[in-house]
Design a protein around this ligand. Structure first.
Ligand code: BES
Ligand code: ZN
Length: 638
């Protein structure tokens, strides 16, 4: 492949593609044949990735082949990574990203050693790994091991799993953690196809974010699994899970993997997954990844979900018994378009992944569960955005396009990237009209399938294919205000005031001294969350007691509701919630739940801090390295 000579041709193709009308969508073939080519967009200033050392315009990885052994005793993954590279003829070196890898050797395709140098380590970015290239070098073979404290990997002992019998390993690559177990260019604009052969102790199953390429083999005490991703993907999307895993089919192209003890409960909660895939396709075009499976992880998984292609990773805390938290599944599924197909070129444009996905998520929820549930969830998201805007005082962090310093999100939802991003698209939908807007968005995914995206290109694409010189429309949309200015543009589409009318009434009645609502158990989860989140943060113990007794909040089996309640309880030093709080913090490690609660506790020197210390002593070992990294800053334990 000689990409550097085809850049001009590809650029011409891209310009042509951008000029297509919204109804005349590019065929998948056109997009896919272009996917391996270096995206000309990488040559634009907005696409430069400050979170990677790679210089893709000089030399870039386009395929990664891993042959790795998973060593639970040493907590290391090790073996070889064979990198196929594309380069300028005069490139002297290729720069990879490396975070703590132990490198034994680097050779070329002919097994001849190549000189390399690991630069100084930055605490978040890691080190540049510069490999000297000979004029004919097209392949690198890196022999290496990950460090036992690799940020992408969590190693669980058998005791930390549901079965208590086998150890467990999972990876989390986004945003910039995969460089701690894979030596490659770890930047979302540098798409790479990949394949992997994984050796694990016999009896364990290895699953990855790609189609299986051979049946597993068990021999000599080990099992060998093979996966191959035929599409070019951002390197943060390479993911692995290893453990005592069982599979249950959900539909013809959907299924769930998890520990055997969890399988039936997980499958029941996920029963609508196949319908969701169909609904998503109906909205924005074909699902292009083959199967859509989910891996429900042990409770220490630090996120709600992660959109690893073909295999979404999910927290078990979404299981409520009534499908009330499956918005999470709709969200991760939606990333199969916004994020996995069309990917932010760098993390400053995370809203292109997360905001577009949050909008798409809500459309899937509407299609499956109806407009009332969708409108309520959209209204909750509007509350989150307003909270974030207020906390930031409408400051520079409230732009959708982030500056280079704010540009590496370490995950979890933010009221700006997720909620303001989604509300921007909802505003566009309202002004343009659903039919025309949907046709446009679908054509956007087709035109840019398997390509990186920036804010600048998204706006240019909208102008070329949607606005088409209509000056009045251009003015009404306020695109630049939304993307490049802080705060909230004046054209914002506000949520339906009827969405929570009844709940807000109940809330007013309770806060003015009335009894707790009697029909709470029958409310939707969104209604319960609206009620709890809108209560004043400071309340007398007697009122909390009344709430807790009548609404049975300490016993809530819905983790979002429980979290909203515990947040209120902790801020009011409400002792009767402490046993439930301790249980919650020591039985799951979802960062969005544990971090704010432990932080609030830690700030309260007298009442809260001793609880935080007690909990963190017990729970720290089972939290994920990234969660530990954040909570260690509180200096709770010596
Ligand atoms: N891709 C994100 C998770 C992520 C973002 C990890 C940035 C690391 C860095 C995932 O799709 C996500 O948004 N998860 C949310 C759930 C969602 C329903 C808002 C989460 O984990 O809370
Ligand atoms: Zn997301």
């Amino acid at each position: 492949m000689t990409l550097f000579r085809t850049v001009a041709a590809a650029a011409a193709l891209l310009v042509a593609a951008c000029q297509q009308s919204a109804t005349n969508t590019a065929s998948p073939e056109t997009a896919e044949s272009a996917e391996a080519a270096i995206a000309p967009i990488l040559d634009t200033p907005e696409a430069k990735d400050p979170a990677s050392y790679a210089r893709p315009l000089e030399a870039r990885v386009y395929h990664v082949a891993l042959d790795l052994n998973v060593d639970f005793d040493a907590k290391r993954i090790g073996g070889t990574a064979t990198l196929d590279i594309d380069r300028k003829p005069d490139a002297k070196e290729i720069v990879l990203d490396d975070k703590g890898l132990e490198i034994e050797s680097i050779t070329d395709g002919e097994k001849q050693p190549l000189q390399y140098k690991v630069g100084a380590a930055d605490p978040t970015m890691g080190s540049p790994l510069a490999v000297a290239l000979r004029p004919d070098t097209k392949r690198l073979i890196v022999k290496y091991k990950s460090a036992p404290d690799a940020g992408a990997l969590q190693w669980l002992t058998p005791e930390q799993t549901a079965s208590k019998k086998q150890p467990y390993l999972f990876s989390q690559g986004q945003a910039i953690e995969n460089r701690s177990w894979i030596p490659t260019q770890d930047s979302p604009g540098i798409r790479q196809s990949w394949e992997a052969t994984i050796h694990v102790p016999a009896g364990l199953t290895a699953v990855m974010s790609a189609p299986k390429s051979a049946e597993p083999i068990t021999q000599g005490g080990e099992s060998i699994f093979s996966y191959k991703m035929p599409h070019s993907v951002a390197p943060y999307m390479i993911a692995i899970g290893v453990g005592d895993l069982a599979f249950k089919e959900l539909g013809p192209r959907t299924g769930v993997w998890t520990e055997p003890a969890m399988l039936d409960r997980a499958a029941a909660e996920l029963a609508d997954t196949e319908k969701m895939v169909a609904a998503a396709e109906k909205l924005y075009g074909p699902y292009r990844w083959g199967r859509y499976d989910l891996l429900v992880l042990p409770p220490s998984f630090p996120y709600g979900g992660m959109e690893n292609p073909t295999l979404t990773f999910l927290t078990p805390t979404f299981i409520a018994g009534d499908k009330s938290l499956v918005g999470l599944v709709a969200h991760e599924l939606a990333h199969s378009w916004s994020g996995n197909l069309v990917t932010n070129a760098n993390w400053q444009d995370s809203w292109l992944n997360e905001g577009v996905t949050s909008y798409f998520e809500n459309r899937i929820m509407e299609a499956i569960y109806g407009p009332k549930r969708a409108a309520q969830e959209a209204a909750l998201s509007f509350d989150e955005m307003e909270k974030a805007l207020a906390e930031e005082g409408n400051g520079p962090n409230t732009q959708l396009h982030l500056g280079p310093k704010e540009g590496v999100p370490d995950g979890g939802s933010s009221g700006i990237i997720y909620d303001k991003g989604a509300i921007f698209l909802r505003t566009l939908e309202k002004i343009i009209g659903r039919e025309k807007w949907d046709a446009y968005l679908r054509s956007y995914f087709d035109r840019h399938a398997f390509q990186p995206m920036t804010s600048a290109r998204f706006l240019a694409d909208m102008r070329a294919n949607l606005i088409k010189g209509d000056k009045g429309l251009e003015q009404k949309l306020q695109l630049d205000n939304w993307v490049y200015k802080p705060g909230l543009p004046s054209n914002v589409a506000r949520p339906d005031p009827a969405a929570f009318a009844a709940v807000d009434q109940a809330m007013k009645s309770f806060t003015s001294g009335g009894p707790p609502p009697t029909d709470f158990q029958g409310w939707t989860t969104a209604e319960k969350l609206r009620f709890l989140n809108k209560l004043p943060r400071k309340m007398p113990t007697s009122r909390l007691d009344a709430l807790n007794k009548s609404l049975k909040l300490n016993e809530s089996g819905n983790n979002e509701v429980l979290f909203a309640w515990l947040d209120l309880a902790v801020r009011n030093r409400f002792d009767p919630a402490v046993p439930a709080l301790e249980r919650f913090l020591t039985t799951q490690g979802r960062r969005k739940f544990v971090q704010p609660l432990i932080e609030t506790l830690a700030e309260d020197r007298q009442w809260g801090r001793p609880i935080a210390v007690r909990v963190y002593r017990i729970a720290r070992a089972s939290y994920h390295p990234i969660t530990q990294r954040d909570l260690d800053k509180l200096n709770l334990i010596g």
